[in-house]
Design a protein around this ligand. Structure first.
Ligand code: NDP
Ligand code: GDP
Length: 321
C-alpha cells in the first residue's frame, strides 16, 4: 500500500485529496497543527480511515520526526496561510508558513529520505499583474500580495531542491478552485452562501469588494487529481492547472443569484472594506501541458460548479433557518 502524507489535510484541498488517495488504495496520513479547538469538519467523514499526525510547518523538528517515523512515498504540501487579504495584515507570518514552510519540508525530506516524491501547492496568484494572456508555465511571475510573493518563493525553492539535490519535487501552479468545502471568506463561496441566505430570508444583502477582477475558477475535486498525476510521472516538473475560461466577480453574482431567480443588483452592495491594496485583475490559464503530459482535464463546468455550491449552501441555510 503506498503511503502519502498531506499537510493542510483539514483544508479544502487536503480533504479532497485524502478522499481521492483513499480511493486509489493509499494509506493516508495528515499533518495537523495544535489548536485549542479542533476543526476536522472537512475530514469527519473519513476520520476512521486516515491517520492524523501532529506537526507544524513552522517547526522543522516536527516535520523530521514525522518523516522518520513513517516511510512515505509521497508528500503533498498543501498547508499555507492561504487567504490573500490576511497576507497584508500578517505578511511576516504568511512568509514563515507559505514561503519558508516549503523549505522546512524540503529540508526534512532531504535529510530523512531523498526518495520521497514531493508536491508543492503553487498558485496562479504568482502571475499577479499578468505579463501575458493566457498564463503558462513559462509566463514570468509578478505577484501582487505578500501571499503571492511567498508562493513565488515556495515555487522556486521547490525547483531549486529538484535541481540541487535531484528530488522528485513538482510544483502545481493551480488557478482558483473551489467547492462546497471552500472557506466562507473566499469570493465564490461568500456569494453562494449569501445567495442561499438571502433566498431564505436570513440576510438582506451581500457586501463585496471589487466586482471587476476575472478569475479562472474550477472545481477542487478535479484539481486534486492533477496533483496526484504529477507525482506519478517518472520525472518531476511544473504544471499549470486551469480551466482556460475566466469569469468576473460580477458574472459569478449573476450566475449564482440567477439560479434562485433573484436579480443580483438588488442585493449586492459594494463595500470599501473588501477592496485590496493591490489587485490581480485577470487570471486565465493555459493547461495544455497538463492535458498533454498528464492527461488531465477538468470535469465540472463553471455553471455546474456554481449550481453545486448554491445547492449546498441552500441546504445548510435551510438547516440553520
Ligand atoms: P485552506 O486554507 O482551505 O487550507 C490550508 C491548510 O493549511 C489548513 O489545513 C490549515 O490548517 C493548514 N495550515 C496553515 N498553517 C499551517 C501550519 N503552520 N502548519 C501546518 N498546517 C498549516 O487552503 P486550500 O485547501 O484552498 O489550498 C491548499 C493549498 O493550495 C494552499 O497552499 C493554497 O495556498 C494553495 N492554492 C489554493 C488555491 C485555491 O483556489 N484553493 C489556488 C492555488 C493554490 P488549519 O485547519 O489548522 O488552519
Ligand atoms: P484569490 O484569487 O485567491 O484572492 O481568491 P478570492 O476568492 O479571495 O478573491 C477573488 C477575487 O474576488 C479578488 O480579485 C477579490 O478582490 C475579489 N473580491 C471582490 N469582493 C470580494 C470579497 O468580498 N471577498 C473576497 N475574498 N474577494 C472578493
Amino acid at each position: 500500500m503506498p503511503q502519502a502524507l498531506i499537510t493542510g489535510i483539514t483544508g479544502q484541498d487536503g480533504s479532497y485529496l485524502a478522499d481521492f488517495l483513499l480511493g486509489q488504495g493509499y494509506n493516508v496520513f495528515g499533518m495537523v497543527r495544535r489548536s485549542s479547538t479542533v476543526n476536522f469538519s472537512r475530514i469527519q467523514h473519513i476520520q476512521d480511515k486516515i491517520t492524523l499526525l501532529s506537526g507544524d510547518l513552522l517547526d522543522l523538528g516536527s516535520l523530521i520526526s514525522i518523516l522518520q517515523e513513517y516511510e512515505f512515498d509521497e508528500v503533498y504540501n498543501l498547508a499555507a496561510q492561504s487567504f490573500v487579504p490576511t497576507s497584508w495584515e500578517q505578511p511576516v507570518f504568511t512568509g514563515e508558513v507559505t514561503a519558508l514552510g516549503v523549505t522546512r519540508m524540503l529540508e526534512a525530506i532531504r535529510s530523512v529520505d531523498k526518495g520521497i516524491r514531493f508536491y508543492q501547492a503553487s498558485s496562479s496568484e504568482m502571475f499577479g499583474k499578468v505579463r501575458e494572456v493566457p498564463q503558462t508555465e513559462r509566463t514570468p511571475f509578478y505577484p501582487r500580495s505578500p501571499y503571492g510573493v511567498a508562493k513565488v518563493y515556495g515555487h522556486w525553492i521547490t525547483v531549486n531542491y529538484r535541481e540541487s539535490y535531484g528530488l522528485h519535487a513538482s510544483s502545481g501552479i493551480l488557478f482558483n478552485h473551489t467547492s462546497p468545502r471552500r472557506g466562507l471568506e473566499f469570493v465564490l463561496r461568500k456569494i453562494t452562501r449569501g445567495v442561499a441566505r438571502i433566498k431564505l430570508g436570513l440576510e438582506k444583502e451581500l457586501r463585496l469588494g471589487n466586482l471587476d477582477p476575472q478569475r479562472d475558477i474550477g472545481y477542487a475535486g478535479d484539481y486534486v487529481r492533477a496533483m496526484w498525476m504529477m507525482l506519478q510521472q517518472s520525472a518531476p516538473d511544473d504544471y499549470v492547472v486551469a480551466t482556460g475560461e475566466t469569469h468576473s466577480i460580477r458574472e459569478m453574482c449573476e450566475q449564482a443569484f440567477g439560479f434562485v431567480g433573484l436579480d443580483w443588483q438588488e442585493f449586492v452592495v459594494q463595500d470599501a472594506r473588501f477592496i485590496r491594496p493591490a489587485e490581480v485583475d485577470l487570471l486565465v490559464g493555459d493547461a495544455s501541458k497538463a492535458r498533454r503530459t498528464l492527461g488531465w482535464a477538468p470535469a465540472v463546468s463553471f455553471p455546474a460548479l456554481v449550481q453545486m455550491m448554491v445547492d449546498n449552501d441552500l441546504a445548510l441555510a435551510q438547516q440553520e433557518g
